[in-house]
Design a protein around this ligand. Structure first.
Ligand code: GAP
Length: 512
């Protein structure tokens, strides 16, 4: 299966097993908006809990808040979002479809890379063991021709990006005959800036209504509460404020399932520090956040840093933590050294002094900020896309298993009476009633035990507990482990400890 096909399988699996549904599906859906189902919400909550506890419990100098989605409209002027939170937009005049000009060019470049890779694979097949990839890339005329085109377009694109030259974006598209996938024509409008913020009005009468925005990031809710938290919490610099909440962006190109949504959730932490110490803290948070990711157990090789060469005007360092999604390495989290830009702007726009009196320095200053910002939904996608596997079993059958890291799994244990009679359901229900206070458990008695195991594999349940006739006599049950499918007899009173050892989130947190 190609990566594309695998991704389609994942999307279908997420729907079939209650992880993620297209929003408003009975009305044919709403583009780039998704609902979490009964399994998805549990996974999402576990991810949020892992992040929240790692931030606020493991760091005595980090506290949490929950600010509102609606905020004073001046906030978005101060933050620069009204003026500059834009994407370059282009329309095809024939299909009337709308695209991001930069994405059209990036897709074109990705296609060239794909062509080159295909050529290399052909060479590998043709020459077998004697194949020297470096030499092939340096001498094969097809590869050289494609790479020359790639370098030329890439250089023009980067120059246009740096200069924010929208006319040049359009010219690159025209010169390379990049066509609309729907109409197949190159009949493009000019490129123009499109603001990504959603707006609505607040107030009961049309005349008195104010335009307000749905927040495009949670970070500004933290900045505008800096003084409140610092004073009421008697926080001493360095300290952090963490927040989890919804954010909204009117993305022009919304693709790749929950990777790029119009309504999504962020987990952000702003760390307030003394000016001049920001690069040291930036390095620390880079290390800390990578540790948090790798600790989940999805393979260190699936993460990498991508340091930004082009920095936003307010930043003096920035990096992305990228994850290997089915469509390649892509941004999962951003870590930014934002200087004192945000607090400084709010000071200027609100007229309120936003400073910290540093007793050690005997002076006041506007703190600098290092921010860590991760999308909850991207994290859900990382876990789901990494975990879904189709396995060939020894008996020739295949099974679909979601090997979700056990502490994040939606259901921790399924309690299954072997048959629906002879007192087995009663004993199974008793076990369920005992375990449910510690773990999210499922009780299932319908279908054969094999089918029930498969259903639990498909939602990623680490343990299946089967109650059989012998259980009534010896007080033991069969525990089947999801990944190895190994089975062992366990005393009912030992179940809690056995499950807890694998699924307790604190075990993950202790490794940080
Ligand atoms: N406060 C900084 C900030 O918002 P960002 O790089 O724009 O920075 C941070 O966003 C993270 O939010 C991203 O790394 C990504 O995980 C997530 N994110 C951004 N836009 C998203 C979207 N449209 N859909 C889903 N997640 C998104």
């Amino acid at each position: 299966m190609t990566q594309d096909e695998l991704f389609k399988v994942l999307v279908a699996h997420c729907k079939e097993y209650g992880f993620i549904f297209p929003s408003s599906e009975i009305y044919d859906g709403l583009a780039a908006v998704y609902d979490y189902g009964q399994m998805g919400v549990e996974l999402k909550n576990n991810i949020k809990q892992y992040w929240w506890n790692a931030m606020t419990r493991l760091n005595e100098n980090i506290v949490g808040i929950d600010s509102c989605i609606f905020m004073h409209p001046r906030i978005w002027e101060a933050s620069g979002h009204v003026g500059a939170f834009n994407d370059p937009l282009i329309d095809n005049k024939d299909s009337k479809k709308r695209y991001r000009a930069d994405v059209l060019i990036e897709d074109f470049l990705a296609k060239i890379e794909e062509k080159v890779n295909k050529e290399v694979e052909k060479g590998r097949k043709r020459f077998g063991d004697a194949f020297d990839e470096a030499q092939f890339r340096a001498t094969n005329p097809n590869v050289l021709r494609e790479m020359a085109k790639y370098d030329e377009v890439h250089a023009r694109y980067k120059k246009a990006e740096d200069a924010n030259d929208l006319a040049e974006y359009r010219q690159i598209i025209i010169d390379n005959n990049i066509v609309c996938p729907i109409s197949g024509t190159c009949n493009w409008t000019d490129v123009r800036q499109f603001n990504l913020m959603f707006s609505t009005s607040m107030g009961s009468t049309a005349e008195g209504a104010n335009t307000i925005y749905l927040r495009p990031e949670t970070a500004q809710g933290i900045f505008v509460n800096y003084l409140n938290v610092q004073k009421t919490g008697r926080m001493k610099i360095p300290f952090g404020i963490a927040q989890i909440g919804k954010a909204f962006r009117n993305e022009i190109v919304a693709r790749q399932f929950i990777f790029r949504m119009r309504e999504f959730e962020q987990m952000e932490m702003q760390f307030f520090i003394k000016p001049g110490t920001e690069l040291e803290w930036f390095a620390k948070w880079k290390e800390q956040r990578m540790k948090w990711h790798v600790n989940i157990g999805m393979g260190a090789e699936n993460y990498r840093f991508h340091d930004h060469e082009k920095l936003a005007h307010y930043a003096n360092a920035a990096t992305d933590i990228e994850f290997q999604f089915p469509f390649g390495f892509k941004e999962l989290e951003g870590i930014h050294s934002r200087t004192n830009w945000d607090l400084g702007r709010h000071q200027q726009y609100s007229g309120r002094k936003i400073e910290y009196f540093d007793p050690e320095e005997g002076a006041a200053y506007t703190p600098y900020v290092v921010e860590t910002s991760i999308g909850v939904d991207r994290m859900v996608l990382a876990v789901l896309s990494h975990s879904l596997k189709e396995e060939k079993l020894d008996n020739g059958e295949t099974r679909v298993v979601m090997s979700i890291p056990a502490p994040l799994a939606p259901v921790k244990a399924a309690v299954l009476p072997l048959v629906k009679k002879d007192g087995l359901p009663e004993l199974a229900q008793k076990i369920m009633d005992d375990l449910k206070y510690d773990f999210n458990c499922q009780y299932e008695e319908k279908d054969s035990i094999g089918k029930r195991y498969r259903r639990q594999d498909a939602i990623g349940t680490p343990f299946c507990i089967t109650v059989d006739h012998q259980s009534l006599e010896d007080g033991c049950v069969t525990v089947r482990e999801r990944d190895t499918m190994s089975q062992e007899r366990v005393k009912i009173e030992d179940l809690r400890a056995l499950i807890d050892k694998r699924v307790n989130l604190n075990n993950l947190l202790r490794n940080l």
